[in-house]
Ligand binder design. Structure first.
Ligand code: Z16
Length: 797
């Protein structure tokens, strides 16, 4: 790539604006400026992109394909500028011609083709793969509507469509019509015996879809590597237009890529979702096998050049689809196809919640993907045959793919691959000991752990420029390319000038967030208060309600004694609820009404504030995370597979208040137990309740007056306008025995919160802990995580 000068850039920028929009620089809108800059960036990396592609083809490098139904990149302008090493140059050049880069950054739409942690992790990996120079590409769906936009109306969540895609398309993508492939669904298949004894599938009445790829550039950090995220869109195939005669027929096809399903942890088997999954898997794999075929190597050895990763169960049809392509399109025999398929495929499990492990009704499956249904039946039959007599039949009954007319996608991904990984140490242990223990009996060698990580450049350099400048001054700039150099902070963490500097950066970030809150909600936040943050999807197991119970307690304490000495607190929430998740929506309503009650009660003297920020997304996270003093990671132990916001907060100098769950445990190991605040039951204590069936929330409620007072606040009229929701919550906690053990953990939680309040008064201690956290956050870099995948699972580096 050529070295760019400011003058060249300005000239190119003005010329491009003129060509595309026929405007001069000073008349252009922010949107036009943004698109022009995006286009220039794409042109700037084009030679690297093409070179990279040729290199991989010429050198026949083994390549990994990360199949994921979700990607959640957020905005990409700043990351791209930073990774290209032209951030300052462009920012200064634009300033010279009176254009503010910050305004352009605002103009970019958030690309939210994901629900939460899983999609965001996929995007962190898309940043890290080119950064470590690994040939790894994404494969997903180009949804026209991303995750819904959340508005709060009268305290309730309202969902609006997220029309993120401009009519001209995203600036970061390139449409590749010549790489389109056909995907067949519905119809029926029978196997016609051939002269040589082989069986040839004959399709009847199928619907053919045209899959068109859009390639999104993924730029490595400072290394000239550009990879590719391939997102598939559906179009009507001209050749088969007679199959789609009515407008309704056409619309049904267009609907396939029209929106992302908004549930993060449960699925109720909609046909359209199954079609989305097959569409993406089939289009991706057809292309991959076709490019392998161009190498003229034996088809039965495709695993030597190709790795396919199944991110959660959603792309698990990759296993039978690769079998289909190898056998039906390339004439490979079953045994050879199976052997290579198992070596190509690997699977990450992201949850222990059984409702999130997909199961498809066999009837629906057979109707939509008849050939895949046949192949899955055969894989299942052969699996049973292989293990009969070797292990207990109960094990086979519970690990086979087809059970009670349902197809178990996790079982398919495990049986049809060579690797199964969890996303944090505890999570992988739970898979082995509990959730997947019978698979561990059959295939112990497949199991491994890959603790999640985060794209540290986005979550430090981009989201927190104030802290970044401070770090440059204290430890030099080396940390910007080698995040492990953050550990140099260990030497200065007790220096009072250093502590003051970190404090000042934090206060400035809090002010920025307070300004946003003032502008959007017209609430004044005192920045000398502790900013206590819980941002993540709304789910019962994540226990936003435990946080709420503690706020109620503080409110009651203050009402009882207005003179009470208390470190002021601002509780900040951000959370989307799945549209059909009734309980979660009730919690949102409760938080908003509680916020109204507290924020306008002058008798509390600004000691307590509660804000619910609507439409939590990646961009908002970039504003919130650097402003947090306390990071709430309070899931019931054993339930949160990993969590990743916990890592982002730590890197930005928040103290973690946590249960021993997911990656919280590894954060504790990294910083030491004095530098994190742990409370509540651990996983063994939780499991002991499961085993003994001895949990009794009503007994706790009856015997603990504080808890009783807090829980009763949901139904005694304390919180206005929540008659219905309050009873729903009270019932969940008491009548239905508090599935997530909030009552048992409450007392310890409240005590640790009190400890945090006291600690915050002791600035030197607090700041030393803050700096200790930043110093040890390097180990949660997704560059390192992906290196583990690339070496141990995919064998590509
Ligand atoms: C998701 O975001 C996660 C799991 C899952 O099965 C489905 C979705 Cl959409 C999350 C986990 O809940 C979280 O603990 C983890 O950190 C994240 O995936 C990335 O692994």
């Amino acid at each position: 790539m050529e070295q760019l000068t400011k003058e060249q850039f300005i000239k190119a920028f003005k010329a491009q604006l003129h060509t595309d929009y026929l405007v001069d620089n000073n008349e252009a809108t922010a949107e036009e400026h943004f698109r022009t800059l995006g286009k220039l960036i794409k042109q700037y990396v084009m030679s690297d992109w093409l070179r990279r592609r040729d290199e991989i083809v010429k050198e026949q490098k083994k390549t990994a394909y990360y199949f994921s139904i979700e990607f959640l990149p957020g905005k990409m302008l700043q990351t791209n500028l930073l990774n290209l090493g032209i951030y300052d140059l462009v920012s200064e050049a634009l300033a010279d011609i009176n254009v503010d880069l910050a305004v352009l950054v605002e103009a970019e739409r958030d690309m939210a083709l994901g629900n939460g942690g899983l999609g965001r992790l996929a995007s962190c990996f898309m940043d890290s793969l080119p950064t470590i120079g690994a040939p790894g590409f994404g494969n997903g769906i180009r949804y026209k509507y991303g995750l819904f936009k959340q508005r709060i109306v009268n305290g309730y969540q309202v969902e609006l469509p997220d029309a993120w895609l401009p009519s001209e398309g995203s600036v970061w993508e390139t449409k590749k019509p010549h790489s389109a492939v056909d995907v067949k669904i519905y119809g029926s298949v029978y196997l016609a015996p051939q002269e040589d004894g082989a069986l040839k599938p004959i399709y009847e009445n199928v619907k053919t879809l045209h899959a068109v790829p859009y390639d999104v550039i993924q730029i490595g950090f400072n290394n000239g590597v550009v990879n590719n995220l391939r997102l598939w869109d559906v179009e009507l195939p001209e050749k088969y237009e007679l199959d789609y005669q009515t407008l309704a027929d056409r619309r049904r096809v267009e609907d396939i890529t029209s929106f992302l399903y908004p549930d993060d942890s449960s699925r109720d088997g909609q046909a359209m979702r199954l079609i989305q999954e097959y569409f993406m898997v089939s289009a991706g794999l057809q292309t991959i096998v076709a490019s392998y075929a161009k190498m003229h190597l034996p088809m039965a050895k495709i695993h030597e050049k190709v790795a396919v990763h199944i991110n959660d169960t959603h792309p698990a049809m990759a296993v039978p689809e690769l079998m289909r392509i190898l056998m039906d399109d390339y004439g490979v025999k079953w045994d050879d196809a199976w052997a290579t398929t198992c070596k190509v495929m690997s699977y990450t499990n992201h949850t222990v919640l059984s409702e999130a492990l997909e199961k498809w009704d066999t009837g629906l499956f057979k109707e939509i993907v008849p050939r895949i249904h046949q192949i899955v039946g055969e894989i299942d039959r052969k699996f049973v045959k292989e293990w009969v007599g070797k292990v207990d039949t109960g094990i086979i009954d519970r690990t086979r793919i087809v059970q009670n007319n349902q197809i178990h996608m996790a079982n398919l991904a495990i049986i049809g691959g060579h690797s199964v990984n969890g996303v944090a140490k505890l999570h992988t242990e739970l898979l082995i000991e509990d959730v997947l223990k019978e698979f561990y009996v059959l295939f112990p060698e497949k199991f491994n752990n890959k603790t999640n990580g985060i794209a540290q450049r986005r979550w430090s350099q981009i989201a927190n420029p104030g802290m970044s400048t401070l770090l440059d001054d204290l430890i030099g700039k080396g940390w910007r390319s080698n995040i492990h150099e953050l550990s140099k902070l260990e030497e200065v963490l007790t220096r009072s000038d250093v502590q003051t500097s970190f404090y000042q950066v934090k206060q400035a970030n809090k002010q920025k967030l307070a300004d946003y809150v003032k502008k959007t909600l017209d609430i004044d936040l005192p920045i000398d208060a502790i900013f206590d943050v819980q941002v993540k999807r709304l789910h019962a197991y994540k226990r936003q309600l435990l946080n709420v119970m503690h706020i109620i307690k503080l409110y009651q304490d203050l009402k009882a004694d207005p003179g009470l000495e208390m470190t002021p607190r601002v509780f900040i929430f951000g959370a989307k609820a799945a549209p059909g998740y009734h309980f979660a929506k009730s919690v949102i309503k409760i938080i908003n009404e509680l916020a109204n009650l507290i924020n306008y009660d002058t008798s509390l003297n600004d000691k307590l504030k509660v804000v619910f920020l609507e439409n939590y997304n990646v961009s908002l996270a970039e504003l919130i995370v650097p402003a947090a003093d306390v990071s709430e990671q309070i899931s019931t132990a054993g339930k949160e597979a990993s969590g990743t916001s916990n890592m982002k907060f730590m890197m930005n100098g928040a103290l973690t208040l946590a249960t021993l769950d997911g990656a919280n445990i590894e954060i504790k190991d990294a910083v030491g137990e004095d530098n994190i605040v742990i409370f509540g039951m651990d996983k063994d204590a939780v499991y002991a309740h499961y085993d003994k069936h001895d949990y009794n929330s009503r007994a706790i409620y009856d015997s603990d007056p504080t808890i009783k007072r807090v829980v009763d606040a949901f139904i005694d009229g304390t919180i206005p306008n929540t008659h219905y929701e309050g009873h729903e919550i009270w019932d969940a906690l008491i009548s239905y025995n508090d599935e997530y053990f909030l009552l048992e953990d409450f007392t310890d939680y409240a005590e640790k919160q009190a400890y945090i309040s006291a600690l915050y008064q002791d600035k030197p201690s607090w700041q030393a802990k803050v700096i200790k956290n930043i110093a040890n956050s390097g180990r949660f870099s997704s560059d390192d995580t992906i290196e583990g995948y690339a070496k141990d699972i995919w064998g590509i580096i």
